[in-house]
Design a protein around this ligand. Structure first.
Ligand code: PL4
Length: 469
């Protein structure tokens, strides 16, 4: 191990690291394996006693204590790691992934053609002069206008409220950066894990509690069939920021107009801000479920909406999204949230790729809109196949009609245990419900992103191994 030897004096927490030597002047005998195991770990300190341990370090820089609070790895790379390990151990396994929600079908041709033309254009003097170089941090004006026209024509949102970005996940972290630490945050439970993990990283939480499987200070708003997947908002009366995702990942539940009216009313009464994740809005079929929070009167005074081309047009790898910060939304001091978002984006973001933005423009043409709609219909047919399969097998299933995810109940069983059983018996990767929060335990999430033949084969394998009826 090539590093300096340091003494760590720890007084739970924070941990104090002090380098006392270099590799060339070792003061200590070789480290035992048990000590090596502790390297870089948070050591439990009993009572008020200080504990001195030896660690290898190459710097005196203290680890970010907020990142140190995180448990295990981020959910999706973990799922991928387990999948790869399964493949290593079973090289002949024909794994089907219903796990990570990653699109599988090609980007429609009118969109790829527009991007190819944009790339070619960058190879010409004139084209480069017009579209090359750094672009506006807020996104190309034409794209912002087109987004406003396509998705916000009937609501009080202007092109200048829309900030184009490299995707929703990135904007979620940047929103955390804008609001800063020590915020009281509420999340739906279960929900997309980036909300909780980014809250931990920015310093909005206390330590993780192993008994409740929750981070201290975050308000977990349980959503289940018992409350129609809409939480008891009174629990969030002290929250400043509420992450709300509709259609929800992972439950697939889309909030109704009445529920969203209640959400906006709550935010206005408590003075909180809703960060509304509409990444799957295009999957909504139910006319009673709004596709943007800004359909709700007053939402422009208390909501930020983030959205993405990832699941609309297969841009998961290409990266293009947007966040809407309305003009009317203000901080407690009366200043515009939009001004701070603009300031943050100008400092921390250099504008979305110009080729991706050309693709975004093509998505919003008539041809592109039709192509996206076909793609979404295809994934929704997959969702219907999976949903019907599990129902025929005797399971209770949610979601899948307004979202590309189905949420399958295993009657309270440990969801990692089900995940492992599905992987070992069927060579199928799903996502364990508890990865989305403690209220997700007992469930698995199946993604409907897949080639049709894989979805049909997965349905067949699941029926063979897990049928109840
Ligand atoms: C795996 C509610 C997927 N590595 O692509 P983006 O950044 O525009 O959107 C990410 C996103 C935002 N909001 C919600 C989402 O569900 C997602 C994507 N979630 C999933 O399987 O739950 C992909 C996850 C990816 C990630 O961590 O986002």
């Amino acid at each position: 191990m090539c590093c300096a030897v340091s003494l760590v004096t720890s007084h739970h927490p924070p941990y104090f690291f002090r380098a006392v030597d270099s590799p060339t002047h070792l003061l200590v005998p070789p480290l035992s394996s048990s000590l090596l195991e502790k390297l870089g770990r948070t050591l439990p300190i009993k009572g008020r006693h200080r504990k001195t341990v030896i660690v290898h370090a190459t710097s005196n820089v203290r680890r970010n204590p907020n990142i140190a609070k995180l448990q295990a790895g981020y959910l999706f790379p973990e799922i991928n790691r387990i999948k790869m390990k399964h493949l290593e151990e079973n090289p002949d396994a024909k794994i089907i992934s219903l796990g990570i929600g990653d699109t599988t079908e090609p980007i429609p041709q009118p969109i790829t053609k527009a991007m190819a033309a944009a790339a070619e254009n960058l190879g010409t003097l004139d084209g480069y002069a017009r579209y090359g170089g750094y672009g506006a941090e807020q996104g190309q004006t034409l794209l912002r206008e087109k987004l406003a026209e396509r998705f916000y024509a009937d609501v009080n949102i202007q092109a200048s409220d829309i900030f184009v970005s490299d995707g929703s996940k990135c904007d979620i972290s940047r929103l955390q950066m804008m609001f800063g630490s020590n915020r009281r945050v509420a999340v739906q439970d279960p929900s997309y894990p980036a909300y909780v993990d980014s809250s931990v990283m920015i310093g909005n939480t206390e330590m993780y509690d192993h008994a409740s499987k929750q981070y201290g200070k975050i308000v977990y708003l349980a959503c289940s069939s018992e409350n129609d997947f809409f939480p008891n908002l009174s629990l969030a009366k002290d929250a400043e920021l509420i992450f709300f995702c509709s259609p929800n990942n992972p439950t697939g539940a889309a909030a109704t107009r009445d529920q969203l009216i209640e959400l906006v009313r709550h935010a206005k009464e408590t003075g909180s801000i809703i960060i509304y994740d509409a990444a799957y809005a295009i999957y909504i079929s139910n006319p009673n479920c709004p596709k943007t929070i800004f359909e709700i009167p007053g939402a422009d005074e208390c909501c930020i909406e983030t959205c993405s081309f990832s699941k609309y047009a297969g841009f998961t790898g290409l990266r293009l999204g947007w966040t809407v910060v309305p003009d009317k939304l203000k901080f407690a001091d009366g200043s515009l949230v939009k001004n701070d978002w603009n300031r943050l984006m100008c400092t921390s973001f250099n504008g979305a790729s110009n080729i991706a933005q050309a693709g975004g423009m093509a998505c919003l043409s008539d041809e592109g809109m039709n192509a996206m709609s076909e793609l979404v219909s295809f994934y929704k047919e997959n969702a219907a196949i999976l949903k019907n399969t599990f129902e025929e097998m005797g399971y209770t299933v949610y979601g899948g009609t307004d979202a590309p995810y189905i949420w399958v109940s295993f009657d309270g069983r440990d969801s990692w245990e089900i995940f492992t059983e599905v992987l070992t018996k069927c060579d199928i990767v799903v996502t364990p419900g508890s990865g989305f929060g403690p209220a997700g335990d007992g469930f698995i999430r199946c993604s409907a992103f897949g080639h049709r033949e894989n979805i049909i084969e997965a349905a067949h394998r699941l029926k063979e191994s897990f049928s109840r009826s």
